[in-house]
Design a protein around this ligand. Structure first.
Ligand SMILES: NC(=O)C1=CN([C@@H]2O[C@H](COP(=O)(O)OP(=O)(O)OC[C@H]3O[C@@H](n4cnc5c(N)ncnc54)[C@H](O)[C@@H]3O)[C@@H](O)[C@H]2O)[C@H](O)CC1
Ligand SMILES: [K+]
Length: 223
């Protein structure tokens, strides 16, 4: 059985590596985003158009790195961002700015996502292991769409790749927080592919994880 690490153990490993001076958070994010772009190009060898959906944290930061690497490989890339640039964590902000110097960043709205029907690949870089509460408002409408509510699952799933974890899935339990307390499940995309880092997390392998993750690829980021 391949060793699993929890979200907390992953944070501790990242923190220890950064504190030792062996690596910076920016280098870890670069390796993570590059690894996702490599996995995307291998999984969709004939694709040339991606839309990257970036959230307000470092998972979104990974998304900006993915966008840059796909664009550098000749892909047409659109980036949709949910959050306040001024409140992005430093590594994510640095990668937002690097992307913004080469491409547009549009607001992540349901209308914008629906306009991307022609994209070959949709990258879910909205939330990773930092999801702390149920998504609401426009973000919830976007996640409902990505989750296939309204019948789009068969159309969307073959295009969807999650960065680290499908947004909304708890990386440790494999549950979808809030599902038990509501008459209907909080939205979480069903992906064709999930690319995680260093080791798989328990949530990738149990409960709702496998169905939402699709094929799981683990990329080494040098921890
Ligand atoms: N540590 C590193 O240098 C690396 C991290 N990697 C990637 O980072 C994410 C974890 O990033 P983090 O910022 O901790 O969390 P998230 O990006 O998942 O989201 C946190 C962000 O979202 C806000 N938030 C939480 N819940 C909600 C909600 N329901 N609605 C709106 N906003 C919400 C929260 O306040 C934060 O602002 C990890 O998964 C990796 O993808 C790199 O891969 C490696 C380097
Ligand atoms: K994600």
């Amino acid at each position: 059985m391949t060793e699993l690490v929890t979200a907390e153990e992953m944070r501790a490993l990242e923190r220890a590596a950064m504190d030792s001076g062996r690596v910076t958070g920016l280098e870890l994010m670069e390796r993570a985003g590059r690894g996702v772009a490599e996995a995307i190009r291998a999984h969709w060898p004939d694709a040339r158009r991606a839309v990257v959906l970036c959230g307000p944290g470092n998972n979104g930061g990974d998304g900006f790195v993915v966008a840059r690497h796909l664009s550098d490989a000749g892909w047409q890339v659109d980036v949709l961002f949910h959050g306040d640039v001024r409140r992005l964590p430093p590594d994510a902000l640095a990668n937002h700015d690097r992307w913004a110097a080469m491409g547009a960043v549009e607001p992540l709205t349901l209308r914008a996502v629906k306009r991307t029907g022609a994209a070959d690949v949709l990258v879910d870089a909205i939330f990773g292991i930092g999801l702390s509460r149920r998504a609401s408002g426009e973000l919830e409408r976007v996640l409902c769409h990505l989750a296939g509510y309204g019948g789009d699952r068969a159309f969307l799933q073959p295009k969807l790749v999650a960065v680290d974890v499908p947004s909304g899935l708890d990386a440790d339990s494999g549950e979808i927080p809030g599902k038990g307390a509501l008459e209907w499940a909080p939205p979480c995309p069903f992906c064709a592919l999930t690319v995680t880092f260093h080791r798989a997390k328990p949530g990738h392998c149990r409960a709702e994880g496998p169905e939402h993750c699709g094929k799981l690829i683990v990329k080494d980021i040098g921890l």
